[in-house]
Ligand binder design. Structure first.
Ligand code: F6R
Length: 613
């Protein structure tokens, strides 16, 4: 889970690579490096830290048109200058950037040590480049053949780009399990973990598939080959839809804030062309084409990680309630390792913003092997998960750059709401008046979100009072239990305050022991859905002197009287409260983290897409 970028063409590579690294920094930001390839040799720079610090260290203006660069999220070895990529081979003839993990690196390293190769770093990447060099030299092979044969010895996941000293006209790229895109311009090539580094230069992208390598030679067309047997593959070039404004901050201080504020628009985009509210029609080709399967499904399993897993939990409530299909939600990482029982008519829904999360991708592959029908809910078009599923629905939230997921979450919940409504209607388990009412309400969500965003100042004031807290508890019931989990996750990942989400009634079975005047408790308490029960829970909290921040519907007096602070949200059908109640929790986490001086867009130890196990 690192960011890799490469360029070969008539422009100076260095500024393109640095700009590309900035766009990919969400993928990892503990160290950074760059190698330029000139006919006289490599210029190599690398350091611990962020791209901005690194940039200031390159004082000379290099005009060379070929180079590769890397922003790292450490897996093997500490984040330091030596472990940063690119890595040179022992002789300095080859250089490599790598995203992924070489699982059998220790055995390869032992073999190479026995042959007399020495290593500078603790990384699996340095082992790989030395394996390539060893194989190349043994039989005097071309670079592409040495890369191919080496990759056949490797177990693990990778996206790599390799260059040879003094050959600025050539680059070899390969992928297995980690994403890699080749941008094809007019006489120039770009390589990157996603298309954002080259969006302003070309709209033509070639997504390498797992097990493929690209031989990129100046003045020629990219040649795609299978890593296993060297067979040629006909490249399929796709047109990118992303635009530059979508990946810039647009006047906001942070991407996270921009993305929180984008939600009324992103939800509209998610629903655009799908929810035809005047006709009460939900149009989703991915469901319609397989409607019999969905209508007859005896069970749906939803897999995901982190925030996407929370969206899946909300999906469980929605699909069971509106479409009457039993649903199980699993962490992808648990599902893939426990030999799950899957029947041929099972449906597995994979939820993933990036579409690259290693555990979710493996869960999908496993379910596929076992014969399930796989439906993907992804945000990134052309991502690995989107490509291997049988059908799916993109969330269309636009690029999400802030590491903490916000607009992707609400878009995922919106897609799951549309699916539940559509299946419920076709199955005949959701009566038409209720279906229509819910379609109308879903259509109102963007406006309701705007109302909450207008209250951000109030939320900022609340944040000020709690910014020094050491712990937080988030409680909700029913559909709002996953919202509590998501609120707690947002807070802990960006402010580093310990926070837990719990079903409100479950509090009595343990967490209540933690409650005293130092424990702020956020309670999601809308009028619809277990209101009286949650009022009782609030009374129990009050009796233990905790400070209460309650998310309530406008005009609620009962909870207001019991709480220290209330954040009022508009009234909406219980099915859609998660879409509304999530927004103040995102803002609360954001403001608390900012007041504590944290880097909200790049929280410590995290990366946007977790492409390693
Ligand atoms: C939290 C967050 C992560 C991701 C998780 C899954 O804010 O962003 O928990 O939700 O890593 O990522 P995707 O959705 O890309 O599979």
């Amino acid at each position: 889970m690192c960011g890799i970028v490469g360029y070969m063409g008539p422009r100076a590579a260095c500024p393109i690579l640095i700009k590309g690294l900035k766009r990919l920094e969400y993928r990892g930001y503990d160290s950074v490096g760059l190698a330029l390839n000139e006919s006289i040799g490599f210029h190599l720079f690398k350091t611990k830290g962020k791209v901005a610090d690194f940039e200031s260290k390159i004082t000379h203006t290099y005009t060379t048109g070929t180079g590769i660069a890397h922003t790292r999220w450490a897996t093997h070895g500490l984040p330091n200058d030596t472990n940063a990529h690119p890595h040179l081979s022992e002789s300095g003839e080859l250089v490599l950037i790598h995203n992924g993990i070489i699982e059998n690196f220790l055995s390869i390293k032992s073999m190479l040590l026995r042959k007399g190769v020495s290593f500078q770093s603790e990384t699996d990447t340095e082992v790989l480049i030395n394996l390539i060099e060893y194989i190349k030299n043994q039989d005097d092979l071309s670079l592409e053949e040495a890369v191919r044969l080496s990759l056949n010895e490797v177990v693990g996941a990778y996206a790599i780009v390799v260059m040879e000293r003094g050959r600025p006209d050539k680059m070899i790229a390969a992928r297995l399990g980690s994403p890699l895109t080749i941008g094809i311009g007019d006489g120039e090539f770009f390589l990157a973990s996603d298309a954002s580094p080259f969006i302003e230069y070309t709209k033509n992208a070639l997504y390498l598939e797992d097990g493929e390598m690209g031989v990129i030679i100046k003045g020629k067309e990219v040649e795609i080959r299978k890593i296993t047997n060297n067979d040629r593959v006909v490249p399929s070039i796709q047109e990118l839809r992303m635009n530059l404004e979508e990946i810039e901050k647009g006047g906001y201080e942070h991407f996270m804030l921009k993305e929180i504020y984008e939600q009324p628009r992103s939800i509209l985009d998610t629903m655009r062309g799908r929810l035809l509210v005047d006709e009460s029609i939900i149009w989703m080709a991915g469901i319609w084409d397989y409607k019999e399967r969905f209508i007859k499904a005896k069970r749906i399993t939803i897999v995901g990680c982190g925030t996407s897993w929370h969206a899946a939990l909300i999906g469980e409530y929605l699909l069971e309630e509106l479409a009457q299909i039993p649903v199980e939600v699993e962490y992808s990482s648990e599902f893939r390792y426990r030999n799950p029982i899957i029947y041929k008519d099972d449906i597995v829904i994979a939820v993933s913003q990036s579409g690259e999360t290693a555990d979710t991708l493996s869960a999908v592959k496993l379910a596929k092997e076992k014969g399930a029908f796989i439906f993907g809910i992804c945000n990134v078009a052309g991502s690995s998960i989107a490509r291997i599923t049988d059908a799916g629905a993109y969330t269309h939230a636009g690029p999400e750059i802030g590491v903490a997921s916000t607009k992707a979450f609400t878009a995922q919940v919106t897609v799951l709401s549309l699916i539940a409504l559509k299946i419920g209607k076709h199955k005949g388990v959701l009566n038409v008046p209720r279906y229509r009412l819910l379609c109308n309400m879903l259509n109102l969500i963007p406006d309701k979100m705007k109302e909450i965003l207008e209250m951000s100042q109030k939320i900022e004031l609340i944040a000020r009072e709690y910014k020094e807290a050491k712990n937080f508890l988030y409680l909700g019931r029913g559909l709002n239990f996953p919202v509590a989990l998501e609120g707690a996750l947002k807070l802990k990942e960006i402010s580093y305050i310990h926070a837990e989400g719990y079903p409100a009634a479950e509090m009595k079975h343990g967490p209540i022991a933690l409650i005293d005047e130092n424990m702020p408790v956020v309670v999601i308490a809308p009028k619809r859905g277990y209101y009286e029960k949650i009022v009782s829970n609030i009374q129990e909290i009050k009796a233990r002197k905790a400070r209460i921040i309650a998310i309530v519907n406008q005009g609620d007096e009962q909870v207001n009287n019991l709480s220290d602070h209330i954040i009022e949200i508009p009234d909406i059908d219980e099915m859609f409260t998660p879409l509304i109640a999530t927004i103040p929790l995102q803002l609360l986490a954001y403001y608390i983290a900012i007041m504590r001086g944290e880097n909200v867009d790049q929280p410590r130890n995290l990366a946007k897409s977790v492409t390693v196990e």
